[in-house]
Design a binder for this molecule. Sequence first.
Ligand code: HEC
Ligand code: HEC
Length: 361
Amino acid sequence: MNRPAVHILALLALLHTACGDDGGGGDLDAPATDAAIDAATDAGTDGGFVQPTMLSETGLYSDISSETIAPGIVEYVPRWELFSDRAVKRRWVYLPPGTKIDTSDMDWWQFPVGTKFWKEFTRDGVRIETRLIQRIDASNDVSSWYFVSFQWDAEQFDAIAVPGGVVDDPGNNDIPDRSKCRQCHQPSRNRSVILGFGALQLDYVATSDGMDLERLVTEDRLTMNPASSNGGFFPMPEVGASDPTLPALGYLHTNCGGCHNEFSDVKNTVNVELRLTTAAGDRMSWSTTRPWAFVLGPNGTGVPAQLSGSGSHLVLPGDVGNSAVHARMNSITGTKMPPIGRETLDSSGLDAVRLWIESLP
Ligand code: HEC
Ligand code: HEC
């Protein structure tokens, strides 16, 4: 046991945080207000929030050395996952006792102050990083959320906050700096901030002690309960077991819909929506789902791409080479989608989207 080494690391993290080094990384669409946002959270303007420097301070574990998860924290798996260069991931949620998720808009859940989510990344059986998102105040903007990742130390004793990110740590896993977290999670892109814990992501039957929509309803954690119907709460159009549509649209929902949706600032640049929605009218048939309508258009013949270089259409039935949605997934250069958080090709995601495009008349 070499605990003192961990504390030296903690000290370094404090110094690091004090410098306000939030990376930035020169990304094209990095929000302009990073410095202001960090100044606000640094100063603890919420009346007490202090940026944690070690994972063990965040409340995830009641005993980190035995990996005992604290009471009140529940592990869950979203129905469709984000591809993260093949890292194995685990996720946990903490909702403060007695609070509810505001589900008055079923597509855009609003989480109570004090909510915490963690996501752990493992490669080759070794924990690399654990990410934290915490709602720190009730104002409805990006400064009410705190994002940071913690990098696990070599002994796996604890993990240290790395607000400036880590490029190519062992295992070739880039840890995003805090501005990159916001590029995917900030409310101007995704009104809920949380991307994998919502009505459609939980509308399936989780394993015994996991979390799903049914359990949230049973435990009275939602302000408005969805009506259940045959085949889940929000059944998608009927398909045979081998139909490729749901796997493809579910993949796009998680991997792309956080930025490509009705209320995202990205829609000012490209008029694309790839996020599924709960409204019954949107689920009458596949052609009425928003992603389908946006990429295939009213006649199903395909919508021309606005930007050149990745195929003529967003989706061209039967032609993956001219379908920008597939071509941009099939890239690791400047045109790649998502633009951050992925360095390798997702062969199974590509297969899912290809099979769907090839199945289109
Ligand atoms: C490429 C976009 C992207 C980036 C960059 C990103 N995330 Fe996420 N994150 C997602 C998506 C999509 C999900 C939901 C799907 C999943 O969990 O597989 C998610 C899930 C999470 C979750 C679980 C709660 C939730 O929103 O579903 C946490 C915690 C999290 N991310 C933290 C972070 C932190 C902290 C950073 C920066 C260090 C970060 N993320 C960077 C896209 C991103
Ligand atoms: C972090 C936010 C983000 C995520 C996540 C994201 N995109 Fe994008 N996307 C953008 C931005 C910004 C642009 C416009 C600038 C550019 O082309 O790089 C764009 C442009 C596009 C375009 C060009 C549209 C046109 O009409 O020419 C396509 C196609 C696209 N994205 C597909 C996807 C797919 C498919 C995914 C998921 C696999 C995805 N995007 C995930 C931010 C994102």
